[in-house]
Ligand binder design. Structure first.
Ligand code: SF4
Length: 345
């Protein structure tokens, strides 16, 4: 149990166990999550003796920024060291990205050390998998970047390394902490959780009425085509996924965001366009197009003209569609490129 990554209820129990007053919990929560305090010396409303006592306990682990790389478009990729998460574990590395686009400053964060899914277009899927990140290591990516830059993001997206819904509990806990009014109080509509389509977790997300945006890494409108590029489809078939998403849009009265990586010779031909139009008309959604950023397995990035034609065909069909481009591509920070040169969905 750590102070960071803990809910106020958990902190109350922790301070009580330490023989301290309950109100310390709210104070500690504010220092960590509102002020992004780096160490106990910053807890100025704690007595010196209490601060010294807390310092002796491993209660405030931190990620270490090992380096960062900045693209000329303003995107900056951060490489972090995660301290060993168990006695026999080694320190590991993860990445997060600061993205500047339009009026938004977005932090894209990781949820796992590596990823067990093996999407053919994603560099993170080629890395070894070392486990789930605890909630503190998820929120600390945001706080470390904020401390480093002395600025606040407008948006947070769970689209870095890992499948967020394979680490459901910690991801939801981290999102709630980031959203909490006593913390940094980022609006729920400014927090997006992206999944490749882990159906039981989406069902829980609907049941628990989580208020954050939900994005689905779709990438192909056809079951067989999707299976060829996304392993997740074996266990979580496309038709069942779409049924669950319709339930989400109906019960929560929200739109789904589909992320669609454009890959020539895989998911951009006329048949794919027609199937994607049909699919998108069957679910309340918007579509974010992303030109392929990697060259894994001999795949290639679409030309500007190919990407524009694909975008235009969807637009002409009356769909809500955006081409987000590839911020951070020059420093391997764009979508699908996080592979510890500084990952993800
Ligand atoms: S796209 Fe997301 S789910 Fe797929 S391998 Fe990459 S990190 Fe994992």
């Amino acid at each position: 149990m750590t102070l960071n990554g803990a809910s106020i209820n958990e902190l109350e129990r922790l301070f009580q166990d330490l023989g301290e007053a309950k109100f310390r919990a709210l104070q500690a929560f504010r220092w960590i999550n509102r002020h992004q305090a780096d160490n106990f010396d910053e807890f100025s409303d704690f007595s010196k003796s209490l601060r010294e006592r807390l310092k002796e306990l491993p209660l405030l682990p931190k990620l270490k920024i090992l380096g960062s790389e900045k693209d000329k478009d303003g995107t900056e990729k951060y490489l972090f060291e995660v301290p060993p998460l168990s006695e026999r574990a080694q320190p590991r590395q993860i990445e997060a990205v600061w993205i500047v686009a339009d009026n938004r400053r977005t932090i894209c964060i990781s949820s796992q050390i590596g990823c067990t899914l093996n999407c053919t277009f994603c560099a993170t899927g080629t890395l070894p998998f070392y486990g789930n990140l605890p909630a503190w290591a998820i929120v600390d990516q945001v706080y470390a970047i904020m401390r480093h830059r002395s600025e606040r993001p407008t948006n947070i997206v769970f689209m870095g390394m890992g499948e967020p819904f394979h680490n459901y509990q910690n991801v939801i806990k981290a999102a709630r902490i980031l959203h909490h009014p006593e913390g940094m109080h980022l609006g729920a509509s400014h927090i997006t959780i992206s999944t490749a389509g882990v159906i039981p977790s989406i069902e829980k997300y609907i049941h628990d009425k989580e208020p954050f945006n939900l994005a689905i890494s779709l990438n192909h409108p056809d079951p067989a085509g999707r299976l060829a590029i996304m392993d997740v489809t074996k266990k979580h078939p496309l038709d069942k996924l779409l049924k669950t998403l319709r339930q989400y849009t109906r019960e929560r009265d929200r739109k789904i965001t589909f992320e669609y990586v454009m890959i020539p010779d895989q998911n951009m031909d006329r048949d794919a366009v027609q199937k994607l139009i049909k699919l998108a008309r069957s679910v309340r959604c918007k579509i974010n197009l992303i030109p392929l950023n990697t060259t894994l397995g001999g795949m290639r990035r679409p030309s500007m003209q190919e990407a524009d034609e694909f975008y235009q065909a969807l637009l002409d069909a009356g769909l809500t569609v955006f081409n987000r481009g590839s911020p951070g591509r020059n420093v391997n920070a764009a979508c699908g490129m996080l592979a510890l040169q500084a990952g993800g969905h």
